[in-house]
Design a protein around this ligand. Structure first.
Ligand SMILES: [Mg+2]
Length: 393
């Protein structure tokens, strides 16, 4: 009897996670469409660079706030606002400042355009367009601080905003964390090229070539949503929804798997574009000592996690300057996806990343290493150990 009730509650939990995964994927698909519209607008605009700077000098655009508001609104409608707890990157301070009325107006307009299109993604649209106070509330509702118990979503509305404003790679990252463990990960990568060779080029070249040989509306040349549920042993990828098409779950998803390459001389490693985010000289030394021969693939945002999960690269390394604290929304979705696709993600001591300590990855030893499997992973950790003391990190 007892066993049966245990089974029941387990089944119920699984059902709800499947439903949450589905809602999460639909919301991220919608967010990808929103970002594509905003990015087109930013690129075609000359003069105005279209972004604001935050206190830490990192850029933020109307897409960051608009995605956060939209995903927050969708999740609370689908799961009940009292049941939804969200940790997310943006706050409303800049938007609520006097003098920011134009910015807020642009965000409200973008959010309403996106939500009006929600039924196409199988999601509910508001009966009447949201007012600015409702949009601000949806953004500021994402005020959870995470922690070791309970369930919360972690959202990075636009990861890699610098890549986004440059017309390059960026991602929309959504994860569900339960009792400190990532149970669902969804990663939207609107500019991910289906021909992996293009990942190494600035997206501008891809745009030019696409113009010369335009993809047909049915061909899948770029953009995907990758997702995974913990313990399922599978990660999935689906194309972005074409304009005027209706989203059908699971929308021609196909499984993705990490690469089987475990010989360092054949492996590709990726790292952040900006030196400020990870030491390029330290990873160059590691690459040399491990026998990695290929040039590093420098890519903006969590698209690097997607590249490992899809088998387009074998290693991702990030060694930030001492004192920098990694945030959970920059990693949670990617970690779950890589693990289910067959890969490994740890800190430089080989320990799993700890999502139970609030908004930061506390206790992280030196850096983050993701790889396609244990053979390469062990080699990287050994290489880090032997070169760490002589590094200036
Ligand atoms: Mg962001």
């Amino acid at each position: 009897m007892e066993e049966q009730s245990h089974l029941l509650s387990h089944e119920t939990e699984r059902f709800s996670q499947d439903k949450e995964l589905e809602v999460g994927v639909r919301a991220v698909q919608m967010a990808c469409a929103l970002c594509q519209r905003v990015q087109e607008g930013l690129i075609s605009k000359t003069g105005n660079n279209g972004f604001q700077s935050k206190d830490d000098n990192s850029p933020v655009t109307i897409a960051d706030w608009s995605v956060q508001a939209t995903v927050s609104w969708v999740l609370s409608k689908a799961c009940g606002s009292r049941n939804v707890s969200i940790v997310a990157e943006e706050d409303v301070q800049t938007l609520s400042k006097t003098g920011a009325a134009g910015l807020l107006e642009a965000v409200v307009k973008t959010v309403n355009e996106s939500l009006a299109d929600a039924p196409r993604f199988g999601l509910k649209a508001p009966e009447i367009p949201l007012g600015s106070s409702e949009v601000l509330e949806a953004i500021s509702r994402c005020n959870s601080n995470g922690g070791p118990t309970g369930r919360f979503w972690a959202l990075d509305p636009v990861d890699g905003t610098l890549g986004f404003v440059r017309g390059d790679q960026y991602a929309i990252a959504l994860a569900l964390i339960e009792d400190g463990e990532v149970v669902l990960g969804v990663l939207g990568c609107p500019n991910y090229p289906m021909r992996k060779e293009w990942l190494g080029y600035h997206h501008r070249y891809h745009r030019i070539v696409s113009k010369l040989t335009p993809p047909t509306s049915e061909s899948w040349d770029k953009g995907c949503v990758i997702y995974a549920r913990r313990g399922s042993g599978k990660a999935w990828m689906q194309p972005l929804l074409h304009v005027n098409k209706k989203f059908m779950w699971p929308n021609s998803a196909r499984p993705v798997q990490v690469s089987s390459i475990d010989n360092p001389s054949l492996a590709t490693f990726c790292e952040p574009v900006e030196k400020a985010n990870s030491s390029h000289s330290f990873t160059a030394g590691l690459a040399h000592s491990m026998g990695l021969r290929k040039q590093p693939l420098r890519v903006y945002s969590m698209v690097k996690y997607a590249a490992i999960a899809r088998g387009d690269a074998e290693i991702f390394m990030k060694f930030a300057r001492a004192g920098y604290k990694e945030k959970i929304w920059d990693h949670a979705a990617g970690v779950a996806i890589i693990q289910e696709a067959g890969g490994v993600v740890t800190d430089a001591r080989g320990r799993p990343l700890d999502f139970s300590k609030g908004i930061y990855l506390e206790g992280l030893d030196r850096g983050i290493i993701a790889s396609s499997g244990p053979t390469l992973h062990d080699k990287i950790i050994k290489a880090v150990d032997s070169s760490w003391d002589s590094s200036s990190l």
